[in-house]
Design a protein around this ligand. Structure first.
Ligand code: TRH
Length: 378
């Protein structure tokens, strides 16, 4: 049944908050024929991942989703049937009061951050009564195992990814002005935080046995690489060659194109939450730079994911993956042995990732779970 949804998103930092909400809004609209309003407080950040969004327009229709600028003074609007507050952002009081006044109370969901920690399945689906209003919201926890809310996955994602290999891939690379790949060249996409040991990686890739093409979206990591390789920079600074390494700095891409970039590369360095999940659906070897949190809380999350992801790997393979990820997150120095051991696993990781995807497919995707949950409540 077609329901109306309001999704509220505050951009804390980076692109992950709006990245997740935008996918969620699109999937509700396109895969489930729902009517979605997406309230975002930072349209400029949004327009980086969705160039169709005009940061100057307060209310606009983008790919079937009604995009609204969430401003401090919130107008009295009619709440939808289902309301999602993303990542515990606080709904405006005036909106909550309108929810209370509705004859049929909306289903209120707090969509949480993704974690592989075992407690997630226990907390997923728990209600939380509001301290001031006679309403209750439900915690929805995305996750990797049964009993959690699952992961964002469009209905036709894996089919699209399969048919992409071949002509479509070449066309995409061409369109994006990405260098022609030599047969022995390793193509790597790099998206990471400042804390990652980029200097070490650049050194290792420069001395690589094979030529390497490193594709880096504009941003702080790209700036650092330009600084590191300043002696080798070409006049336009978008293509830098140093020994075996070619660095190509590319404009930040629309989200759909970024997916295609992940499908096109031999190895994907990803970060945060959304690109991390997309790298898993891409199926190529990937290395996760986890969002660093105070007091090292993120290490537990990293371990929890690695426990799930490596459990079926032969021990040497599990060790090599753990070592690489540990070093990439600053646990210890990244050296040639760690990198070479990881690189040697490329083929076996492709095979492993096929099994991993199969395992992930055993659970419903996040949006199907949300739609089902809302239908059961209304
Ligand atoms: C590199 C690139 C990314 N993207 C998209 C993919 C994702 O939707 C988004 C990046 O989001 P993430 O991978 O999650 O990384 P992030 O670091 O940008 O976001 C983070 O934000 C913090 C506030 C959260 O606490 C983190 O958990 C995480 O979500 O940007 C593009 O659309 N084009 C690009 O060129």
């Amino acid at each position: 049944m077609q329901r109306r949804w309001d999704i509220f998103c505050t951009v804390v930092d980076n692109f992950g908050d709006i990245g997740v909400c935008w996918r969620l809004a699109k999937q509700l609209t396109q895969d489930h024929n729902q009517k979605v309003r997406l309230w975002v407080d930072d349209l400029l950040c949004f327009s980086c991942i969705a160039p169709d969004v005009n940061a100057e327009i307060q209310q606009q229709n983008v790919q079937g989703v009604e995009v609204c600028h969430w401003q401090t003074v919130f107008l009295d609007v009619e709440p939808a049937d289902a309301v999602i507050e993303a990542f515990a952002c606080e709904l405006p009081d005036v909106y909550i009061a309108a929810m209370v006044r509705k004859h049929k109370r909306p289903v209120w969901i707090n969509l949480e951050y993704l974690s592989a920690e075992p407690w997630v399945a226990q907390y997923h689906g728990l209600p939380s009564p509001h301290p001031r209003f006679p309403l209750s919201k439900t915690f929805f926890f995305p996750g990797f195992v049964k009993g959690t809310g699952g992961l964002l996955r469009e209905k036709n994602l894996l089919t699209q990814r399969e048919v992409f290999d071949g002509v479509a891939k070449r066309l995409f690379l061409d369109q994006k002005g990405l260098c022609e790949c030599r047969t022995d060249e390793i193509r790597i996409a790099l998206f990471c935080y400042d804390s990652a040991p980029i200097e070490n990686l650049i050194g290792l890739l420069s001395d690589s046995l094979n030529p390497v093409l490193l594709i880096v979206p504009q941003g702080r990591a790209a700036d650092r690489i330009v600084a590191i390789l300043s002696h080798a920079a070409s006049p336009d600074e978008s293509l830098i060659k140093h020994k075996q390494l070619t660095v190509q700095i590319v404009p930040f891409m629309a989200q759909n194109d970024y997916d295609r970039l992940l499908w096109s590369c031999d190895i994907n360095f990803v970060r945060g939450e959304d690109s991390f999940v997309r790298a898993q659906w891409a199926g190529n070897p990937f290395i996760w730079n986890i969002y660093p949190q105070a007091e090292g809380v993120h290490w537990k999350k990293l371990e929890a994911f690695l426990d799930l992801y490596t459990v079926d790997m032969p021990p040497e393979m599990a060790i090599a993956v753990r070592e690489m990820w540990f070093c990439w997150n600053g646990g210890k120095a990244l050296n040639a042995t760690v990198w070479m051991n990881f690189l040697a696993l490329r083929e076996s990781l492709m095979q492993h990732n096929k099994k991993w995807i199969k395992q992930l497919l055993e659970q419903d995707d996040l949006v199907s779970g949300l739609v089902q949950f809302v239908e059961n409540q209304l």
